[in-house]
Design a protein around this ligand. Structure first.
Ligand SMILES: [Zn+2]
Length: 369
């Protein structure tokens, strides 16, 4: 099978022909239909996660994965309700299943966890072995390029915005900010509209073309932040919304500058959620943070239930997608575009796999207890 693999940091991926992986008894062999390309793939290549991962090369990146079930291990139980031909996505964050966070359902927070594409083989390959319990079956089949990104770009802001909702700072007379208008921001503005009970949603980014798209996706107002001071932005926000501050914000970028701006625009008792991780640290003035009772949430990826909720929305047609399909052989070129911030929407590697291939749900497949 074809695979794009990493043999070291700061080098292009090597596109090669390798053996199709064997599956363990509790695994499913998934034929990859689509694999989303994430800025964190560029960070992986640049060594951003080197310390955290302590992984061995080669690595097959690609953590936004959708595909077809092509083989089932002997110990995949019938209760998993998986059959050959099923369209599935891979829920990432594979925990040990026994720690407190895993027991709470937050396997992506497991201290002993792993993530396909950051150790276990990822989706930049034609086939991938996946433990059956990390697959979610798609009832109403979707296009690969629209389905795959939902497992990260399409679900990470969803979890972050649920934290803002739980904090009680969203409502009709509120203003919510979305920082970033690329992969995650495109989805974030839609969840902001869906979950914010009528709040005014303001998108902030530095690229007019990207801002025009998030406007189409539902942002009420957009502000280009390039070259503007905090005062300029407060004035522009006031002109556009009648308010100088944000009650809530989700940061899909996570650059030091975005964080400073975002926190600077926050209202007293405002709530901020970081999902983007472009920078490496948070530097914000402490006195106003404390005296104005600001709340700052980290929000990491999403758990299985968050993904199920997003997939339910998507299968009902309630999510609009901004996608750039990419051919396998063009992966390296597109990683460079991602690095430069020159991809509009989400780039997705799409393989030639018929998602409507006959489903063998009614046939006897290799399932035993
Ligand atoms: Zn765990």
């Amino acid at each position: 099978m074809l695979a794009a693999r990493m043999y070291g940091y700061n080098k292009p991926l090597v596109l090669e022909d390798i053996e199709v992986p064997e599956i363990l008894p509790d695994q499913v062999l998934v034929r990859v239909g689509g694999a989303g390309m994430c800025r964190s793939d560029v960070q992986l290549i640049d060594g951003y996660f080197a310390e955290a991962l302590n992984t061995k090369f080669p690595i097959t990146p690609g953590h936004e994965i959708a595909g077809l079930v092509t083989a089932l291990g002997d110990q995949v139980p019938k209760s998993a309700q998986l059959a050959i031909g099923d369209q599935v996505v891979v829920a990432t964050g594979w925990g040990d299943g026994i720690c407190r966070q895993c027991r709470l359902g937050n396997e992506q927070l497991c201290e002993h966890g792993s993530w396909p594409g950051f150790g276990p083989p990822g989706g930049y390959a034609e086939f991938i072995p996946v433990p059956y319990k990390h697959l979610i079956r798609i009832e109403h089949k979707m296009k690969w390029e629209e389905l795959a990104p939902l497992t990260d770009a399409g679900v990470t802001p969803y979890r972050g915005i649920k934290k803002l909702r739980a904090a009680g700072v969203l409502g009709p007379d509120r203003v919510m900010g979305v920082f970033g208008a690329s992969g995650l921001g495109n989805y974030a503005v839609q969840y902001a509209k869906l979950l914010s009970s009528g709040a005014t949603v303001v998108a902030f980014a530095r690229n007019d073309e990207k801002l025009a798209i998030v406007k189409q996706r539902g942002a009420d107002v957009t502000i280009n932040t390039r070259g503007k001071s905090l005062k300029d932005l407060q004035a522009e926000l006031f002109k556009l919304t009648g308010k100088r501050t944000l009650d809530a914000a989700i940061d899909c970028v996570g650059a030091e500058e975005t964080i400073r701006t975002g926190i600077g625009l926050l209202a007293t008792a405002g709530v901020y959620t970081s999902v983007g991780m472009v920078g490496t640290k948070i530097e914000i003035p402490l006195f106003p943070f404390t005296a104005r009772e600001i709340t700052y949430h980290g929000s990491f990826w999403a758990n299985y239930s968050d993904l199920q909720e997003v997939l339910a929305l998507a299968q009902k047609g309630k999510i609009q997608h901004s996608i750039k399909p990419v051919r396998f052989q063009d992966i390296n070129e597109n990683l460079e575009l991602l690095r430069a911030g020159d991809i509009i929407g989400r780039a997705v590697v799409v393989f030639d796999v018929d998602r409507n291939a006959p489903n063998r749900r009614d046939e006897k497949v290799a399932v035993t207890f």
